[in-house]
Design a protein around this ligand. Structure first.
Ligand code: CA
Length: 219
């Protein structure tokens, strides 16, 4: 994912850029409205984080120009001004969401993900639980916004566990979810795959309930 950050406040810009990079989001940063227009006119982005109070050309003008060109890239407005009229004007001009400064970086990352999800039209399909998302359609799994590579079998086990977070599934129940792959399941297959899942998602995320089975940690 490649984001354009339009922000003239150096401290906020730097913090957002670093914070989103940690979430595996590539961020291009420009600091005034004209530079934003140039970047948007020449490059392709997955999402725009747009400050409203900008030098040369303010954020609303950038947004109106952008939508006027027919560009439907998702736009999330960053505004220091917690005023209803700013938000209404921004949303009316084609923004997808807004966030009021000063915001928590984790909240910003979550809003970014939510906007991207909504735009991809798969909001209902994606399972999200405690920072982990699982998309049954694309078989993509993310942890804190970063992609996690799972084997098909690991994916199937995680999908089964995420159906009811907090509910313990026995080894036999988990084995059932592996049969779909059309091969014989080795006697220790569940343990091996769970071991790998815990390495990839964190040992605390998938809990071993001794003598009973496994579960995904409840909220
Ligand atoms: Ca500003």
């Amino acid at each position: 994912m490649r984001l354009l950050l339009v922000e003239d406040d150096m401290m906020i810009g730097e913090a957002v850029r670093l914070g989103l990079r940690k979430q595996a989001l590539a961020v291009d940063w420009v600091q005034d409205g004209l530079a934003a227009r140039t970047a948007l006119g020449t490059e392709t982005f997955d999402l725009v984080l747009l400050d409203l109070g900008l030098p040369k050309l303010d954020g609303l003008q950038v947004l109106k120009w952008l939508r006027g060109t027919g560009n439907q890239v998702p736009v999330l407005i960053l505004t220091a001004r917690d005023s209803v009229s700013d938000r209404i004007q921004g949303l009316d001009a084609g923004a997808d969401d807004y966030i009021v400064k000063t915001f928590d970086l984790n909240e910003l990352a979550a809003r970014v993900r939510a906007v991207l999800r909504r735009r991809s039209g798969r909001a209902e399909n994606v399972v999200e639980h405690l920072g982990v998302t699982l998309d049954p359609a694309s078989h993509e799994v993310t942890r804190n916004g970063a992609a996690v590579n799972l084997s098909h079998r690991e994916f199937s086990l995680l999908e089964a566990l995420l159906e009811r977070p907090g509910k313990v599934l026995s080894r036999a129940q988990l084995e059932e979810s592996l049969y779909g792959w059309g091969e014989e399941v080795e006697s220790n297959a569940v343990e091996v795959h769970i071991h790998n899942l815990r390495k990839k998602l964190g040992a605390e995320y998938i809990q071993n309930v001794r003598g009973v089975g496994y579960r995904v940690r409840a909220a």
